[in-house]
Design a protein around this ligand. Sequence first.
Ligand code: ADP
Ligand code: MG
Length: 266
Amino acid sequence: MGHVIVFGNQKGGVGKSTLSVLYGLWLADVHRQSVCFIDLDTQGNASKTLRSSDTGEIAANLFGPKRAIDACTHADERQRRVSLFAASKRLADVELARPEEVIPAFKDAVCGLEERFDAVIIDTPPALGLRMSAALIAATRVVCPIELEEYSIDGVTDMLKTVFGVRQRYNPRLELAGIVLNRFNAHSARQKAAVQQLAASYRDFVVPARISTRSAIPEALAEGKAVWELGKSSAREASLEIKEAFRVLHQRMQMRSLVDAQGVTA
Ligand SMILES: Nc1ncnc2c1ncn2[C@@H]1O[C@H](COP(=O)(O)OP(=O)(O)O)[C@@H](O)[C@H]1O
Ligand SMILES: [Mg+2]
């Protein structure tokens, strides 16, 4: 069975939407996986980029009563492999709903999707609210993108507390796949110091690959493409860095599954 992968960090602008979309496209393009993408942010940035993979399904419905989900049919091969459950303004209502109703409903719906797809990817809003809790309770893996700016380390501590709290109380299969350093600037002394501080606190979790700030990344996403599809030399460096970070993340997720499987059979 594949993974349910949440991209989460309660801080906005760190690259959750960017990296979750690119990771989904990478699994589809490189590993030929069928990917279900669930956009839980009312801003809908990921949904905009993945508009050509729209299935007509909206993510808000996954929090409601059980209903049949249509088979997803798309024209070209890539689109057929990525199926989007799009964001909508209705997602904001979830925050006001009863947790004991919406959390199990979402978990059930995601369980159904997990059986039908190789991977389920969830992009989350920048808050530790009900949607984030529901996503972590339904997930098997969390990726935490961070930007090495002020407060980012404090922020990541809060996020990890939430992840480990959810794991302990509600979802023992949840694992932190990694902290991904996004918008890294090798020339910034401040960022270098922040990397060291981060490594001192969370060495095992920091993915040893860095993604720099590259204009080709938002440029490609605005066109509804992955950065490796942009026919420009400036996109090549960005693609190399991103693919390396994803390779490490993917490997960690697989290795952890192996440990889990061995634990079960031992
Ligand atoms: N490595 C990067 N290089 C350049 N721009 C980036 C990079 N990562 C993210 N961005 C841009 O930064 C902004 C915030 O990223 P986004 O993925 O939307 O963050 P979040 O979902 O965490 O709020 C977006 O405009 C995005 O295009
Ligand atoms: Mg976002």
